[in-house]
Design a protein around this ligand. Structure first.
Ligand code: FAD
Ligand code: NAD
Length: 470
């Protein structure tokens, strides 16, 4: 007879920023924790094929584009010689270090890490891909998401890449088609364009980064227009086929000047879908919603009482920091604490140059809800710090409740926006008003002053903006 499977207080499937954060907090609270992930080391999509490698490459890209612009400062650099092998080595060394650190944090906390694929046998037991079984009192699903691949983009060809393949950086193709003008398309499109590929971006909707306020997208789009070969909006890829060593695509769209262009490589980045396949969820009472996300309540509990779900698999936005936050909510709920997901604002950052960052209510969303708001903008052309960086095109905007002046949303475009947005998130969480921001001394000369000046501008007088008295 089979031995009874080992029982953990908590078994977590998926060791990304959701799963490993949950494992560590649960272990710190004294639970016995088993963390299962198909990968050799913890870290998930974010560490191994997502946030971290993309940011490493974006740093290299920014070094290139900054050095090109250095002539304004009387500094002339010759074009960089790109040693792809060394660049890749640097990228993977970072992943390696962080992966080792996570493995060590597992050991120190006595979290049992199993580099295995798991699927449910029943709602109390999982089977691992070595045939062994594990039982648990509680389980957290943190299996993340996978790239979406609609039928028209499904060509199986070594030169058609998803983000994982693009991050491997096999080569710098002469020409690259990026399908999808979202986070991945623009971040990785930026990387390849900076490295020297002739990049074309095609986007289905009428604008890059759909849903993001247009005044924030404009400065990025302007810069991308100089870096990329073409940006075609309202454009659809209807077909892809091999054409010698290249890929021929059939495009449909008003802006398209070539119907069947060929490219050395294609990057498909048209969104991600929740990863629930092969998990055996049908052998539990866990339910999925119409879009395939696991249904969860405000504690992140699924429709099966002792199974929770967090991160990309549990709904949008599919962002690492949202996964980590949910991990802590779920573990506290499991520990019997009064925890709910009640974040007032979730920041989002596009790490191109310029960066775009926003949190809370956007102007676009306020319009959609027909909600009355006041919007205050501070153009970076009036910021001393922005000019010392050669970046007057940036913008900081606040979205404020017209009656209470409570801060509802913040949007920033410009270098450093991703770091600066944290102040906006804190302000919203603290229920700050525009006056609170204006009465907070910000260091000079920094880009952070634009937040305080945008708040001042709401009251009609900002030091570095002239507004005639009304
Ligand atoms: P994941 O990190 O996806 O981890 C899930 C893990 O579960 C994986 O390791 C998977 O192998 C494992 N797994 C799945 N099924 C099983 C199974 N049956 N058995 C065992 N293991 C299983 N977000 C940001 O916030 N900032 C960024 O800058 C950013 N950049 C990104 C760049 C790229 C190119 C991509 C693709 C994504 C990026 N994201 C970014 C999104 C971010 O990676 C995800 O939101 C985040 O990783 C979600 O975390 P998670 O814990 O839900 O799942
Ligand atoms: P996305 O949703 O950000 O962008 C997809 C884009 O593709 C959209 O603009 C969409 O309109 C467009 N599109 C859809 N179908 C298309 C088609 N057939 N042809 C042309 N365009 C089409 O998705 P993504 O860029 O694949 O990224 C996936 C997710 O990963 C993001 O939504 C985000 O949650 C996460 N991510 C985050 C970061 C970050 O935080 N900096 C970076 C990368 C990825």
């Amino acid at each position: 007879a089979m031995a009874e499977p080992k029982v953990s207080d908590l078994l977590i499937i998926g060791a990304g920023p959701g799963g490993y954060a949950a494992a560590f907090l649960a272990a710190d609270k004294g639970m016995s924790v088993t963390l299962v992930d198909a990968g050799e080391r913890p870290g998930g999509t974010c560490l191994h094929v997502g946030c971290i490698p993309s940011k490493a490459l974006l740093h290299a890209a920014k070094l290139i584009t900054d050095s090109r612009e250095a002539h304004t400062w009387g500094l002339k650099f010759t074009p960089p010689q790109i040693d792809l092998l060394a660049l890749r080595k640097q990228e993977f060394a970072i992943i390696d270090t962080l992966g080792k650190n996570l493995a060590e944090l597992c050991q120190r906390r006595k979290v049992e890490y199993l580099a295995r694929r798991a699927s449910f046998v029943d709602s109390r037991t999982v089977q691992l891909d070595d045939g062994s079984r594990r039982s648990f009192r509680y389980c957290i699903l943190a299996t993340g998401s996978l790239p979406a691949r609609p039928a028209a983009l499904a060509l199986d060809h070594p030169r058609v890449m998803d983000s994982t393949a693009a991050l491997r950086l096999d080569e710098v193709p002469g020409s690259l088609l990026v399908v999808g003008g979202g986070y991945i398309g623009l971040e990785l499109g930026y990387v390849y364009a900076a490295l020297g590929s002739q990049v074309t971006v095609v986007e289905l909707t009428d604008g890059l980064l759909p849903g993001v306020d247009r005044d924030l997208v404009r400065p990025l789009q302007a810069r991308l227009a100089t870096l990329c070969h073409r940006i075609w909006l309202n454009t659809k890829v209807v077909r892809m086929e091999p054409a010698g060593a290249q890929v021929r695509v059939t495009l449909e769209g008003a802006e398209v000047s070539e119907q069947t262009p060929t490219y050395d490589r294609v990057l498909v980045a048209v969104g991600r879908r929740p990863n629930t396949e092969g998990l055996g969820l049908e052998r539990t009472r866990v339910q999925l919603d119409a879009r395939g996300f696991v249904c969860v309540d405000e504690r992140r509990r699924t429709t099966e009482e002792h199974i929770y779900a967090i991160g990309d698999v549990a709904g949008e936005p599919m962002l690492a920091h949202k996964a980590t936050f949910e991990a802590k909510v779920a573990v506290r709920a499991i520990a019997g604490e009064a925890a709910v997901f009640d974040a007032q604002a979730i920041p989002a950052v596009v790490f191109t140059d310029p960066e775009i960052a926003w949190c809370g209510l956007t102007e676009t969303e306020a319009k959609r809800q027909q909600r009355e708001v006041r919007v205050s903008r501070f153009p970076w052309a009036a910021s001393g710090r922005a000019l010392t960086l050669g970046r007057p095109e940036g913008l900081t905007k606040l979205i404020v409740d017209p009656d209470t002046e409570r801060l509802l949303g913040v949007g920033i475009v410009g270098p450093g926006a991703g770091e600066m947005i944290a102040e906006g998130v804190l302000a919203i969480e603290m229920g700050a008003t525009a006056t609170d921001l204006a009465l907070t001394i910000h260091p000079h000369p920094t880009l952070s002053e634009t937040v305080a000046e945008a708040a001042e501008a709401l009251h009609g007088t900002a030091t570095h903006l002239y507004r005639p008295r009304r």
